[in-house]
Design a protein around this ligand. Structure first.
Ligand code: SAH
Length: 388
């Protein structure tokens, strides 16, 4: 295995178990590794400190272990088993849940979502991509009969410069049912073309809460994607539900999912439109609005514009919502922290001149855990607001 030696003092973050090493921390290497290769990290006084996947870019190593151990099927089995035990402790394990949340489960670069008896696996690093079959075998041993299919979906998540020409496809099984369930509601999982692993599992608990606020309300679900919030609102007894997304494919999926749960129900209507345009030309008045936009800031340098975007969007919602209305507003940008998001929403409320109370502060669910040594893993935040 190739060895990378750190500059003096650069081992501090590793001693605190942070799982990334940036390129600027490396003093020299025994020889240049290929992207995705396993490498060992040593301090400036030649002490072993960690083993991880090498990658080209500003994060140069994603650490898999701080112990001197082999990275093989047994290693992955142990990590997957530990992750599975957490989900069992949470009472998950039957419907849809996230089994592996990258750094949050000590497996940087790997995401595994479970939909019934199908796992959707996503690699964000070339190292995890190389190990995909070993991980698939390990996963089979951990989940046993509960697992019938593994769909590998990394076409859009691998660093494109690595030029792997990776195609999505099954690593196990192949006849997966494309219908999964969550809190008793059903939805289609678009293995082939869907964003992320096909569904946004991270909003599960927040959707449930929304259902509890929906009775008798006119609900507007902005950035609806697969319509998750919409069918929860319908179950909650909403008066009407309007779903908006700029993508026609998302609107088709939303309609299909609503139809699956509430066939022929005329309370729902979907619009393929830009969110900002829709808010300026609303067909009716709403007293429950959900804003769950895509990440406005993918990187720190996009932060200023992202915050402006959140202010503009939330301001429009505050201006339009009926008195006594409830706003569920989210940010899934990792680069925007809780306080920055809350300040943006505060600015929007002030600009619209509405009286606003915070009822709930929302976050990612427990199956998207945050490794305490890797606070960057916190990304989803939301506020439920009462607008007088
Ligand atoms: N709320 C969804 C997830 C939203 S993902 C859920 O619970 O599953 C973000 C969605 O925003 C995507 O479907 C994308 O097509 C849509 N989108 C992006 N830009 C948009 C815009 N300007 N107007 C409307 N929708 C937009």
């Amino acid at each position: 295995m190739k060895q990378l030696y750190l500059k003096r003092g650069k081992e501090d973050s590793l001693l605190r178990f942070h799982p990334w090493i940036f390129s600027g921390a490396i003093h020299h290497m025994s020889s240049e590794p290929e992207e995705g290769e396993l490498v060992e990290l040593f301090t400036s006084d030649n002490q072993y400190i960690a083993t991880g996947h090498y990658q080209i870019g500003s994060i140069m190593v994603r650490v898999l272990t701080f112990e001197h151990e082999s990275i093989n099927q047994q290693f992955y089995e142990q990590r997957l088993k530990a992750a599975y035990n957490v989900r069992l402790a949470l009472g998950l394990g039957d419907e849809s849940y996230r089994l592996v949340h990258g750094e949050g489960d000590n497996l940087p670069g790997l995401i595994i979502d479970i939909y019934g008896n199908t796992a959707v696996m996503q690699a964000h690093s070339v190292g995890m991509h190389h190990d995909r079959q070993t991980i698939a075998d390990a996963l089979k041993n951990v989940l046993g009969e509960k697992l019938q299919n593994i769909y590998y979906k990394s076409e859009t998540t691998l660093p494109y410069k690595a030029d792997l020409h990776q195609e999505n496809g099954f690593l196990l099984g192949g006849s997966a049912d494309d219908i999964a369930s969550e809190n008793g509601l059903r939805f289609h999982v678009d293995w082939l073309h869907g964003q992320k692993t096909g569904f946004f599992i991270d909003q599960r608990e927040n959707r449930k809460l929304l259902g509890e606020y929906s009775k008798g309300r006119n609900v507007l679900n902005m950035f609806c994607y697969t319509g998750g919030f919409s069918f929860y609102a319908m179950r909650g007894g909403a008066n009407l539900v309007h779903s908006v997304d700029s993508s026609q494919k998302a609107i088709d999926l939303t309609n299909a999912n609503v139809e699956l749960n509430f066939p022929g129900d005329s309370r729902h209507k979907a619009f393929a439109q830009d969110a900002f345009h829709f808010l300026d030309h609303m067909p009716t008045k709403y007293d429950l609005i959900i804003l769950d936009p895509p990440a406005f800031a993918k990187h720190k340098d996009a932060l200023r514009n992202a915050i402006k975007g959140y202010i503009r969007l939330n301001r429009k919602a505050f201006e339009q919502i009926q008195p006594g209305g409830i706003l569920f507003t989210f940010s899934c940008s990792q680069a925007v922290d809780k306080n920055q998001f809350r300040t943006a929403v505060f600015s929007a409320a002030a600009a619209a001149g509405r009286k606003v109370r915070i009822l709930h502060q929302l976050h990612q669910p427990a199956d998207h855990p945050i490794n305490i040594y890797h606070p960057e893993g916190e990304y989803l935040k939301g506020l439920v607001l009462y607008v007088e």
